[in-house]
Design a binder for this molecule. Structure first.
Ligand code: SF4
Length: 366
């Protein structure tokens, strides 16, 4: 494997397996390194999700979001609904619209261009962070075009950054069971690198806590770091704990019931220690773990708590119960309670508004 090194693999496995007081020491080290790399600021973003269709026949076994045409929870936004949701995001003063969809047989490049043009028309100043490498692959197949053509066309119509989802675990050993119909690790890597080469930055994600073992996660982390060393195109790394409740792979006994808290803290601290020099921004996802736990990860190397979302379907359909919206005041409250400065940021991590921790101390004293 292009990015594989035995010595890194062994180190990562040791870090990912850390538990008990060893893990506490590791979290302490990750926290110290976080302070050196990004300081004491904790960021969040005002964003809104718009998932314009959940119709998809790929059959990823961890997914409860997808539906077949005509099934009870299938939906496809019509033009009016898309316009209304975009206008609503604009009225909510978000700085980012985050948009992905299932691989809907009725979607083609024209559909995606229309989605982007609708965003531009009804939320003209909002950053469009959208589409996974798998959607790019799908459009390329459908239009009989190469990835570069699809990405350039989408960029010319308003795509600003790409979602780093559909990565799951970039190891065929996992993908062959978890999502056998999906694009391969090699194709995910290829599309991400082309996007970065075209100036389309992306996030990087890792979904874990299902059938994966530590050696799979170690490989994934090596790939993410290897790509970043080449392209510098990742804006952040987001570990995503698997939400199991309604998924086929859990119900059939193939997957475990998500990660444990210890496992999560080992993943956050390992990510900071291994990736922080290359990808300084590490996010914990409140929608997966709840804000209490996500904010605890601020002591394990995390410096970002994600976004307000306003609307969330993918985790909710999988049985997640941590809500679909987080108020800005809640981000600030949790960040200040960690004795850190809260910063509302844009998609590319430029600060927009600073909330100094001292303001909160005054409030507590009252
Ligand atoms: S994860 Fe995405 S590609 Fe896979 S089934 Fe769900 S919607 Fe379809």
């Amino acid at each position: 494997m292009e990015y594989y090194r035995d010595d890194h693999q062994n180190l990562l496995i040791r870090l990912l397996k850390s538990r008990g007081s060893d893990l506490l020491m590791q979290m302490y080290d990750a926290d110290k390194i976080r302070r050196n790399q990004v300081g004491d600021n904790v960021t969040f973003i005002r964003n809104q999700n718009i998932n314009f269709s959940n119709i998809c026949y790929t059959g990823c076994k961890f997914c409860s979001f997808a539906a077949h045409e005509g099934s009870s929870h299938a939906y496809r936004l019509n033009q009016l609904e898309l316009e209304e949701q975009t206008a609503e995001a604009n009225n909510n003063n978000v700085t980012e619209i985050c948009s992905t969809a299932g691989l809907d047989p009725k979607s083609n490049l024209e559909t995606y261009i229309n989605v982007l043009q609708t965003f531009k028309k009804f939320a003209p100043s909002v950053h469009v962070h959208a589409f996974s490498p798998y959607e790019i692959y799908y459009l390329a197949e459908k239009e009989d075009q190469d990835f570069e053509y699809i990405l350039k066309t989408l960029k010319n119509n308003g795509l600003m950054t790409l979602c780093g989802t559909a990565a799951e675990i970039l190891d065929p050993e996992v993908r062959d069971i978890l999502c056998p119909g999906k694009l391969t690790s090699d194709l995910w890597i290829e599309i991400i690198k082309i996007a970065h080469g075209l100036g389309i930055n992306s996030t990087a994600t890792m979904m874990y806590g299902h059938i994966d073992q530590v050696h799979n996660l170690a490989k994934h982390l090596q790939i993410i770091r290897g790509i970043q060393e080449e392209t510098k195109g990742f804006t952040e790394f987001i570990p995503l704990p698997f939400i199991h409740n309604n998924t086929y792979i859990y119900k059939t006994g193939l997957a475990r019931a998500g990660s444990t808290g210890m496992e999560d803290m080992a993943v956050y601290s390992t990510s900071r220690l291994y990736l922080g020099e290359f990808i300084p921004n590490l996010q914990s996802s409140w929608v997966k773990t709840g804000m209490k736990f996500a904010s605890l990860a601020l002591s394990a190397g995390v410096n970002d708590l994600g976004g307000t979302l306003f609307e969330e379907k993918i985790t909710r359909f999988a049985g997640g119960n941590h809500g679909t919206y987080m108020a800005e005041s809640e981000f600030i409250r949790f960040i200040h309670d960690a004795n850190r400065t809260a910063i509302r940021r844009d998609t590319l991590y430029n600060p927009i508004e600073v909330f100094p921790v001292d303001d909160y101390k005054v409030w507590i004293d009252l």
